[in-house]
Write a protein that binds this ligand. Structure first.
Ligand SMILES: C[S@@+](CC[C@H](N)C(=O)[O-])C[C@H]1O[C@@H](n2cnc3c(N)ncnc32)[C@H](O)[C@@H]1O
Length: 404
């Protein structure tokens, strides 16, 4: 479908190899997504890198801010493919993409076909002009690209069958829900308690029901949807506890906490060094209102002030003036580690026991299960449909995490 004037046979073979790799890894699960990846010339959307890099399964940096933080990228093909599978695009779908670049919009245009419509918006005029140019140059001039803050969606094209974000959100903006058709799908990289998951939701009577979720990483949202995370700094700035906007914390009560004697306990739970425990972290995040992420500078770990479960830090919990966090030690089997808890403060023992109990509950009940499911109720949902106790409250929604 595209006009591949300057697409070489070599680019075509690299593209087929990339598609084959994504099928092998399971990122691509359907024929239409495979066909779209084989068809869209990614290298023409990333003219700043070589052909080989354009068809490597990696993110391509397009723009950084003054501090060197990435603010615009063309996303990693694995993540793009996984999100397209979550999106379930069918011919004729009307789609809004928030966060442009051109490549993903071209793929969606292939999937929605000539009867569909793709609108892509980005807050950055430089990005929209580059995306518009690349889309026109590759034959996807039907994709409409506008500069706008995605927080407000693009009402002119509503209702959409799909709203798909390619930028990290920490809330579900009312506009996305309003502009979705009943039964429509929202695919959004949603950051909750320090973890970002691309979640596919279906809109049913104003409520978003999660169908699937995968861990992912995207650049942060700019504009009106930016949220204010909270941090508590310990040991100078070398140890940072990160909380979300809705959590109530007393950072003052924690000053000097790490100088209080540590209380170390072991859970008797072994984990493979390769096993991701993001689900354990999310479980703990839903069990403890004072859940946070502890990040430590190498020097604080080397000095023995902290000994977190991962090289950079890990899950932690604050309760009153006490702090407990996950640690680990090697086990007799070299590929396994044992989980433990280090706690400080006046209620260290009680907090450590509570944490150990929740880690055991996760191990016995959820560790080998299908993983979390999410439901999102707008705060404006009528009282006749209460969500029960929400696990996370964002500016506009109540998020419930289910563990089937
Ligand atoms: C990962 S890039 C998009 C990748 C792109 N979809 C592709 O095809 O590879 C994320 C984009 O989100 C944009 N962005 C950040 N905040 C935004 C907002 N509030 N509204 C719209 N776009 C935003 C950034 O300017 C950036 O270009």
């Amino acid at each position: 479908m595209n006009a591949l004037g300057n697409d070489s046979r070599y680019a075509g073979s690299l593209r087929s190899a990339l598609a084959a790799k994504l099928v092998d890894t399971g990122a691509i699960r359907s024929r239409p997504v495979a066909a779209a990846v084989r068809s869209v010339p990614r290298h023409l959307f990333v003219p700043n890198v070589s052909l080989e890099i354009a068809y490597t399964d990696d993110v391509v940096l397009m723009k950084s801010d003054d501090a060197g933080t990435a603010i615009s990228t063309v996303s990693q093909p694995t993540v793009v493919a996984m999100m397209l599978e979550q999106a379930g695009i069918a011919p004729g779908h009307r789609i809004l993409e928030i966060g442009s670049g051109g490549y993903n919009a071209a793929l969606m245009s292939e999937l929605a076909g000539p009867g569909g419509a793709v609108t892509s918006i980005d807050i950055d005029a430089e990005v929209t002009s580059r995306a518009r140019q690349a889309l026109a140059g590759t034959g996807y001039q039907g994709v409409r690209v506008f500069q706008a803050d995605g927080q407000f969606g693009w009402p002119e094209g509503a209702p959409y069958d799909l709203v798909l974000l390619t930028v990290t959100a920490e809330d579900i903006a009312p506009a996305w829900l309003d502009q979705l058709a009943e039964g429509g799908r929202l695919v959004v990289p949603l950051r909750l308690r320090g973890q970002t998951r691309s979640i596919a939701f279906d809109k049913v009577q104003g409520v978003l029901h999660g169908r699937s979720s995968v861990l992912c990483g995207f650049v942060s949202m700019q504009g009106a949807g930016t949220t204010d995370g909270q941090v508590v700094r310990l040991d100078g700035d070398k140890i940072v506890l990160t909380f979300d906007e809705d959590q109530v914390i007393d950072g003052g009560a924690l000053q000097g906490i790490l100088r209080q004697p540590p209380r170390l306990s072991w859970c008797g739970i072994l984990i493979d060094r390769e096993e991701p425990f993001s689900n354990l972290d999310l479980w703990l995040a839903t069990r403890f209102p004072g859940y946070c992420v502890l990040s430590a500078h190498r020097s604080s770990i080397k000095s023995g002030l902290v000994s977190p479960v991962l090289q950079w830090g890990g899950a932690a919990v604050v309760e009153g003036g006490s702090l407990a966090y996950l640690t680990s030690r090697p086990s007799p089997a070299p590929h396994l580690i044992e989980l433990g808890i280090i706690a400080h403060g006046p209620t260290a023992k009680r907090l450590a026991d509570h944490l150990a109990g929740e880690i055991t509950a996760w191990d016995q009940t959820h560790r080998h299960g299908p993983g979390p499911r999410f439901t999102v109720h707008p705060k404006t949902t009528p009282a006749t449909d209460p969500p029960g106790r929400p696990d996370v409250t964002t500016r506009h929604t109540l998020v419930t995490v289910h563990w089937p």
